[in-house]
Design a protein around this ligand. Structure first.
Ligand SMILES: Cc1cc2nc3c(=O)[nH]c(=O)nc-3n(C[C@H](O)[C@H](O)[C@H](O)COP(=O)(O)OP(=O)(O)OC[C@H]3O[C@@H](n4cnc5c(N)ncnc54)[C@H](O)[C@@H]3O)c2cc1C
Length: 271
């Protein structure tokens, strides 16, 4: 199917872009890897697409020592190729490799993935696990929202129609952190059934994120606490952190089981 007609704008500044987003029915287009398909299938509509590909302020990665700011134009492939250094960069690169296949990774963006809020999005699981923050700008205000608040529900990000997500702010992982990421999926190019992301910190703490195990990406707090106590983090993840919905190919008890297994495997990979 072809999409319904829409206007198309290519602003070069953030101010121009947010002004355009005040138009009723306007939508941001980043890599188009989710939006174009939805428009073609008429699952969604737009009167105006505001393409952010020429906005300089949204490019690149900046590390201020505490947080890494990943701009809205940063694609999956940029992170896969090592745009970020240190243990966080290794975790981002390893996670990016699980996403779709190279053509999708070369256009799709990390911030765009957060704005889709697919329950199985690897970036949503990682960002929730690491307590990242989304930066949003509109003509009304500039604000930061924690990923836990931003991912309200499946496909329901906490962004207004006139807001542009300018960056994801991810806490830096200290040197000496060991990382792992694993997932299960039905076919190579399909979304994950469940994905688990693990960071073992040098002070003995951990950060664990899950995708596909709940309506949104979540931080696996119970598994982290179990690990600190010397209990089985997999059992805690399956029973307490996972909150799966029925899936056509996976009954709820199976998804819980897989979440537990993958948390153990991600930790094993990190050890
Ligand atoms: C075959 C295929 C397989 C895929 N497999 C996976 C997978 O395994 N894992 C995975 O995570 N993803 C997967 N994806 C999705 C892919 O990762 C997309 O890149 C991702 O969903 C983000 O899309 P995008 O950056 O191209 O954003 P777009 O498609 O341009 O936009 C998506 C939505 O987010 C909004 N949006 C985008 N950027 C912003 C912004 N900065 N501010 C405000 N709103 C914004 C748009 O308005 C739109 O509603 C797959 C896609 C395809 C086509």
């Amino acid at each position: 199917m072809k999409p319904a007609p829409f206007e198309y704008a290519t602003p070069t500044t953030l101010d121009e872009a947010v002004a355009l987003l005040g138009t009723p029915g306007a939508r941001v287009i980043a890599g188009g890897q989710s939006l174009l398909q939805d428009l073609r299938w008429r699952r969604t509509s737009a009167s105006l697409l505001v393409d952010i590909a020429r906005i300089e302020e949204l490019r690149g990665v900046h590390d201020d020592g505490d947080r890494v700011r990943i701009g809205a134009r940063v694609r999956h492939v940029d992170l896969e190729r090592g745009a970020v250094g240190g243990p966080l960069g290794r975790l981002l690169a390893a996670t990016a490799r699980w996403i779709a296949h190279p053509p999708v990774r070369s256009r799709g963006t990390m911030v765009g993935s957060l704005c889709v809020a697919h329950p199985s999005s690897e970036w949503c699981g990682l960002a929730a696990g690491l307590d990242a923050t989304v930066e949003l700008v509109s003509v009304r205000r500039r604000r930061e929202v924690t990923v836990a608040d931003f991912l309200r529900d499946s496909f329901t990000p906490a962004a207004g129609p006139d807001e542009l997500a300018t960056a994801l702010l991810v806490p830096v992982l200290p040197e000496g952190t060991r990382v792992g990421v694993v997932e299960s999926r039905r076919t190579h190019a399909s979304y994950a059934h469940v994905a688990a992301v693990a960071a073992l910190l040098p002070d003995g703490g951990s950060r664990l994120g899950l995708a596909g195990a709940a309506p949104t990406g979540v931080r696996a707090h119970a598994a982290e606490a179990a690990l600190a106590r010397g209990d089985d983090p997999g059992a805690a993840a399956a029973q307490l952190d996972a909150d799966p919905r029925e899936h056509p190919h996976a009954p709820i008890p199976y998804t819980r089981h897989v979440a537990g297994v993958l948390v153990r495997r991600a930790l094993q990979e990190a050890s």
